[in-house]
Design a protein around this ligand. Structure first.
Ligand code: NOJ
Ligand code: CA
Length: 690
């Protein structure tokens, strides 16, 4: 690089190099630790990223391919550039913390083809202290003003080492996999891909991974790749080149070969890389939500973060059924009433009722599933209106359930009446579900058509004051900032697999892995709190690989503004460990990841919003771990009553998972509490300010 022209401008370094008539520009994070360089090389657009002086993303090219148009990868020159600094603070309606600082330096570059049709677009980079985001913005222009079909986005991520990676296959339909930990060069998505599982709902296009995908370099730098503000666009998988140690975006398409149908003006989602040298910083990062637009719905006071119970685990244990014809129907008026009473006594906000509506007899029948559910007709033994009113009279709500069985076009037709009904009944949240391949045929769960459908549910929900918890969803990309009725979702292998997975209960490393991968995208409806961990007498040979203390800690470790107490209520009655579920917060003033390592362990502390109380959760993989909980985060001069729930000396996840040591003590800032997490164990602590 010759002829440097270095300009220093309010925290930016802007340099240009005129060696080959190409230009390069640089923008740094506010703390100067992360640096992004953008350049054109022989007419191709490229960028690099460094962290603390060492290159993390080496020269990586950018571009697009279109149907019936030449690709937009070459003959580009930089027409304009501008710089900007933003430092603002905004408030989350609900979340891991009340205040979020949004502080970045932005570099915007306008690129144009120097031959016809002279298409133009901006690349916008934002450098944060916790990572980077960049997106493409296409302004209005003749060549792209009619319908444009993007057949591929060509965003490269060229790595600088054979990192350790925690990954799942880039399945176009489902994220419910166990993660594999391997070197980047050993990623083989086809090995892990489960053809024909999930009622046929699987499609893998290449050796690719889904995001967030998290890596650790030999030098101890953590990188996590994802996207933010996925709106009217296809989800992005990352195609892996194991020999070149690089990845390139591979958008989810449909069987018609369309990835994104759009027209200018349009913007893409942000491509994001979280960067840290402490694993916990990945989880504390606000990069993804900061890259989304501000709240458009206001305070949505009709939704409050809550704990809930439900008629749900019954079915996963085969103790009761969703369908009515079996004669063993779960969603009866009497059973729901019993749960409402229990929820009211224990200050829970909701009761989820699955199997309340007609259609479940044939919900997985390929010939039937397109028509069966109308989302408004209850089974004859379920008095919907009475129960909704009864719940309201007790100060809580029924949580609605809409399983679409993948028949999404049909659901779209019926959504209006279904959401109107919820509004009329004072039901302010719904768990949606998309089991099975998508109807219309040829669309996939993570493609643009479905991205727009999931957005429709949020829009319809906003109109009728309904918050959405989607299962078999599109991954979260921080849209909860803009639409705070996007309360939670699945999008990972949740607790339900512990009841019936063909490959057995999830291994103990699963939770500390999803903590540093899936959880970086947003809230997870994992459904913690199983107390009967052997599952006997309902399942003979499917014990959950977890201790009771770990289950309690999940209320802090796995964030969601709705947290289920997922077990049958009989297991909670008169169990002293249930006290933690009663006490633990669901909405937070601040959160701190005290320690953790992907695939190994996690310790999180959170201060409840509106109180001075703190809660701590810990979990470990198959290795036992001694941990000293240092109460440095407490407020100086205050005394707290600490109640510690930890694995006992004789706790073992396989033959004695429910043994738990519960102790109470008075503590102040700086005190230490020793815990011994057993294999697949953990702990939970409530710290109630006096
Ligand atoms: C899959 C969901 O993840 C699960 O929670 C639900 O019970 C079933 N679908 C039925 O809708
Ligand atoms: Ca599921």
């Amino acid at each position: 690089m010759k002829n440097f022209l270095i300009l220093s401008l309010a925290g930016f370094i802007l340099w240009s190099c005129r060696g080959t008539s190409d230009l390069a520009y640089q923008v740094n994070s506010p703390d100067d630790q992360i640096s992004i360089t953008f350049m054109t090389i022989g007419g191709k657009a490229a960028y690099t990223v460094s962290y603390k002086g060492s290159t993390q993303i080496d020269t990586s090219y950018l571009g697009f391919e279109f149907k019936d148009q030449s690709s937009l990868t070459e003959n580009l020159s930089i027409k304009n550039q501008s710089l900007k600094t933003v430092d603002e603070t905004w408030e989350m309606v609900w979340g891991e913390q009340r205040e979020v600082r949004n502080n970045y330096n932005e570099l915007r570059l306008t690129l144009q083809e120097n031959k016809a049709p002279n298409r133009t677009f901006d690349v916008v980079f934002k450098a944060y202290n916790d990572g980077i985001g960049f997106r493409y913005e296409f302004p209005e222009q003749a060549a792209l003003s009619d319908e444009v079909v993007i057949t591929e986005e060509m965003t490269q991520f060229n790595l600088t080492g054979d990192h350790k990676v925690w990954w799942i296959p880039g399945d176009w339909d489902i994220y419910e996999y166990l993660y594999t930990e391997s070197k980047f060069s050993k990623i083989n998505a086809y090995d892990q891909f489960i053809p024909g599982d999930h009622l046929g709902q699987v499609y893998l296009h290449s050796n690719s991974v889904n995001t967030p995908v998290t890596m650790k370099s030999d030098e101890g730098v953590y990188l996590s790749f994802h996207e933010a503000d996925l709106t009217d666009y296809a989800g992005m998988t990352l195609k892996v080149d194991t020999s070149d140690l690089s990845m390139v975006s591979e958008l989810v398409g449909n069987d018609a070969g369309i990835k994104v149908k759009t027209h200018a003006p349009f913007v893409t989602p942000w491509r994001t890389i979280q960067i840290a040298d402490r694993a916990g910083n990945l989880l504390e990062s606000n990069l993804i939500i900061n890259l989304n637009d501000p709240n458009e719905l206001g305070d949505i006071e009709w939704f409050q973060p809550m704990k809930y119970i439900g008629i749900w685990w019954d079915m996963h244990l085969n103790r009761r059924t969703w369908d009515y014809a079996s004669g063993n129907h779960g969603a009866t008026t009497a059973y729901t009433k019993e749960l409402i009473d229990f929820a009211a006594e224990n200050d829970m906000g909701g009761v989820l009722v699955e199997g309340w509506n007609t259609g479940w007899e044939t919900w997985t029948d390929p010939n039937m599933r397109d028509t069966i559910f109308d989302f408004t007709t209850p089974y004859p033994d379920y008095d919907l209106e009475y129960l909704a009113n009864y719940a309201n009279s007790k100060g809580l709500e029924i949580i609605m359930h809409h399983e679409t069985s993948g028949a999404v076009a049909r659901y779209e037709e019926r959504m209006n009446s279904a959401y109107q009904l919820m509004n009329k009944l004072g039901i302010h949240s719904v768990k949606t579900g998309y089991v099975g391949t998508i109807i219309p045929d040829g669309e996939y769960h993570h493609g643009q058509w479905m991205v727009n459908h999931y957005q429709n549910t949020l829009d319809k929900g906003a109109k009728y004051e309904v918050a959405i918890n989607m299962h078999e969803p599109i991954k979260a990309t921080g849209l909860r900032r803009t639409y705070p009725n996007a309360i939670s979702r699945e999008g990972a292998r949740g607790q339900e697999y512990n009841a019936w997975a063909g490959d057995g209960a999830s291994p103990p490393s699963h939770l500390p892995t999803i903590a540093f991968t899936r959880m970086l995208s947003g809230p997870f409806d994992y459904t913690p709190g199983i107390f009967n961990l052997s599952l006997k007498p309902y399942k003979d040979d499917h014990p959950i690989k977890s201790t009771l203390a770990l289950q309690l800690g999940l209320y802090v470790n796995i964030y969601s503004p709705i947290q289920m107490a997922a077990d049958l209520i009989d297991y909670y009655k008169e169990n002293p460990a249930f006290q933690f579920i009663l006490d633990v917060g669901v909405d937070w003033e601040q959160s701190k990841v005290l320690d953790g390592e992907p695939g190994e362990f996690l310790v999180t502390a959170r201060q409840e919003k509106g109180t001075d109380d703190w809660f701590v959760g810990g979990l470990t993989d198959e290795n036992a771990r001694d941990y000293t909980l240092k109460l440095d985060f407490l407020e100086e001069g205050k005394t707290y009553t600490a109640k510690v729930y930890r694995d006992a000396d004789d706790t073992h996840f396989l033959d004695n998972p429910t043994a738990i040591d519960i102790v109470e003590m008075e503590v102040t800032k700086g005190d230490e509490i020793p815990v011994n997490m057993k294999e697949a164990g953990g702990f939970a602590v409530s710290l109630i300010a006096k």
